[in-house]
Design a protein around this ligand. Structure first.
Ligand code: DC
Length: 670
């Protein structure tokens, strides 16, 4: 997961390959609660692990449900309809799929069995309306106190005496989750008789109600439905665990990869999505039809999809999106690639989601240069005719972040000016439903190598360049190349294999064949973790010698180039800016004085319990500097266009800030 302040996407050119998507949020949070209400144990497979499911799991734990993590399942031991805990404060983040049903279920249970429960969330959760659900529950006889603004969380559920002698009426045109919540609470009331729920006004997002009904059925409750207006839960309905239940992959998440295929994949190398397909119970699977209408070619099996580009540019669309409210956001970005304006209608519910999504999409699409018309319950997006490098604000809304990543393909639009990088602010918000979204995206998209940004950091020994490079890479979410580790690994292999330090040919062959593998913070040589061995003094000394052989340098060149992968690279080492990545967008050369560096190394050694002498260290450093500067192959010197940074008096934090400030100047985001 990217936890950086922003993530920059270079212009993207094509997509191909297979993705496995995380479990559906809607299904995950429903089955979690149903398992929590059932008698006995339920094993949940392929559950989504995200912010929204974590708050639900934590709430169930607080309510006294058993939660056990097994290797391939989460096992929930349910309450069997009886409250185990009579008082709790539940924090539900920004998860509507946790807040709404828990309010209904706990209002009813506290009414029937006694209890006090406080439910709250993040500030945005307290701006998302819940009044219609609260009204319906109060009309039943539940006692619910507003702890903030009336009609919004936080709420206190404080008993009452619910009765089902009259039908429960609930509005269906603000959020279908109110009906879902009542449907999930209704079986708890059915001891008193059948529970009849009547929807007032047009029911929106019907497919989500279908999911609820299907899952209630899996847990033993068979709701009778009369059109989309009247729902009846039979008398004495009881939740029964189905034992095992599998969660299908998230169809809304699939929309980004379907769009990816439609925009950027060829018939020979489509985008394949596993875990969700034609047999899905999720309404958002119908996004497939919308994508097809725009020109995508889609092949599907029961639980897989394969997508590639058909019509190009895409066909503009005028669509009622009520049945695919979440996935429709993806259409708004696909519209940039269409042959005319695309109009998305009947999307008023966007205004009460994680953010006001109509306003958010309009604002951010305009930043890119698109013409957008915002209606009260519609959005019209014109194809992109000019593009600006844009920093996309994501409003703590996972879907804004995910769908805007698709705008990075604007280089594929004919006649557009030079493609621009795209900045996604606060990429961490995807954790709500798809923590590894960007990592997954990067496994199936390609950029031109020259478009992938590189930042090089170099300097004399003990200048702190390794630490600085690692910190900068972390701040940007970029890959890190510690090129010294390659030379050290070659040296370690040479030492252990008894290869002569002057035998250039043998060393070059050895360097070319090294079975090296890099993990964050660790280096593997074959099956062996050599991270510690690489730091040895004898290894460093030999690395310094063998790195003077041009043949060795040449043998390691391609491996270093291979580190230039999406979304970008920070490369540390002496010839990064001069030889390996001469086109790097920023080159930094550290120039701390020999005295400062000697002191740093001295402190480092002493802190490790190794005895050291400052004067000797200084002499050694000066000698090594002289040798490094004067050697013929890759002498130590700053690239002509390098920024010099004397970090003698700077903390690491201050050095990182300086480098990031230079980086910001070179980026087009203003
Ligand atoms: O940065 P380091 O101390 O891990 O580097 C080990 C040796 O490898 C060092 O003496 C210089 C050499 N080296 C090189 O010649 N070119 C690089 N790009 C990186 C390191």
């Amino acid at each position: 997961m990217y936890t950086t302040a922003f993530l920059d996407l270079p212009p993207l050119r094509s997509a191909a390959g297979t993705v496995r998507l995380p479990g559906s949020k809607s299904i995950s949070n429903r089955v979690l609660l149903l398992a929590g209400l059932s008698e006995g144990r339920t094993r949940l497979h392929d559950l989504l692990d995200s912010d929204d499911t974590r708050v639900m799991i934590e709430a169930l734990r607080q309510l006294g449900c058993g939660i056990e993590h097994e290797a391939d399942a989460l096992v929930v031991t349910g309450l069997g309809g009886r409250l185990a805990v009579r008082e709790a404060s539940l924090f539900l983040g920004n998860a509507g799929t946790a807040m709404r049903p828990l309010v209904a279920v706990l209002a009813v249970l506290s009414g029937l069995q006694g209890g006090r429960f406080e439910l709250s969330g993040v500030p945005r959760m307290h701006e998302r309306p819940i009044g219609d659900l609260v009204d319906a529950l109060r009309s039943l006889g539940c006692r619910i106190d507003d702890l903030g603004q009336a009609g919004y969380p936080p709420l206190r559920l404080a008993g009452g005496s619910p009765r089902v002698d009259a039908p429960i009426r609930v509005r269906g045109d603000v959020s279908s989750q109110f009906l879902t919540a009542l449907l999930m609470a209704a079986p708890l009331l059915s001891v008193q008789g059948p529970v009849r729920i009547e929807v007032v006004g047009e029911l929106i997002s019907k497919p989500y109600i279908e999911i609820t009904l299907q899952l209630l059925q899996r847990f033993g409750v068979h709701v009778q439905r009369d059109g989309w207006q009247v729902f009846t839960v039979p008398e004495a309905s009881v939740y029964r665990s189905p034992g095992d239940i599998h969660v299908e992959a998230d169809a809304s998440s699939a929309s980004y990869f379907i769009a990816l295929g439609a925009v950027a994949a060829s018939a020979q190398a489509p985008v394949r999505i596993e875990g969700v397909g034609a047999h899905s119970i999720q309404g958002d699977i119908r996004f497939v039809e919308a994508a097809q209408a725009m020109g995508a070619v889609v092949h599907q099996g029961p639980n897989w999809l394969e997508v590639h580009r058909g019509t190009w540019p895409l066909r503009a669309l005028d669509l009622d999106c009520n049945h695919i409210p979440d996935a429709a956001m993806t259409l708004a970005v696909m519209a940039l690639y269409a042959d005319g304006p695309t109009r998305l209608r009947n999307i008023a519910s966007w205004r009460v989601k994680e953010t006001d999504r109509i306003a958010a999409m309009a604002t951010e699409l305009r930043k890119l240069g698109a013409e957008v018309v915002e209606g009260s319950d519609s959005l019209t997006v014109h194809p992109l005719r000019q593009v600006r490098a844009a920093a996309i604000h994501t409003y703590d809304d996972h879907r804004v972040a995910m769908c805007f990543s698709l705008a990075a393909f604007h280089g594929l639009i004919e006649g557009l000016s030079t493609p621009q990088p795209l900045r996604i602010l606060d990429p961490r918000c995807v954790a709500k439903t798809f923590p590894d979204y960007f990592e997954t995206l990067f496994t199936v998209v390609r950029a031109e190598v020259a478009d992938i940004p590189v930042l090089t950091i170099d300097g004399p020994t003990a200048s702190g360049k390794g630490t600085l490079a690692a910190e900068v890479a972390k701040a940007l979410g970029y890959h890190l190349l510690d090129s010294g580790a390659l030379y050290r690994a070659a040296a370690l292999s040479a030492l252990e294999g008894g290869v002569d330090a002057e035998d250039e040919t043998a060393l070059a062959t050895l360097a070319a064949g090294l079975p090296l593998r890099f993990e964050p913070g660790r280096v593997w040589l074959g099956e062996r973790d050599v991270s510690e061995d690489l730091r040895r003094e004898d290894v460093g000394a030999l690395a310094s010698r063998i790195s003077a052989h041009p043949g060795v340098r040449k043998a390691l060149r391609q491996r270093q180039l291979d580190f230039r992968r999406l979304p970008g690279l920070v490369a540390d080492g002496r010839d990064m800016g001069t030889v390996i990545f001469p086109d790097a967008a920023l080159k930094v050369f550290l120039t701390a004085s020999a005295e400062t560096r000697a002191e740093r190394r001295y402190k480092q050694l002493i802190s490790k319990g190794i005895s050291a002498n400052l004067a000797t260290l200084l002499q050694d450093l000066q000698a090594r500097d002289a040798r490094d500067r004067s050697r013929i192959a890759a002498p130590l010197r700053p690239a002509e266009d390098a920024q010099l940074l004397d970090n003698s008096a700077l903390s690491i934090e201050a050095s990182v800030q300086q480098v990031l400030a230079w980086w910001a100047q070179r980026r087009p985001f203003g």
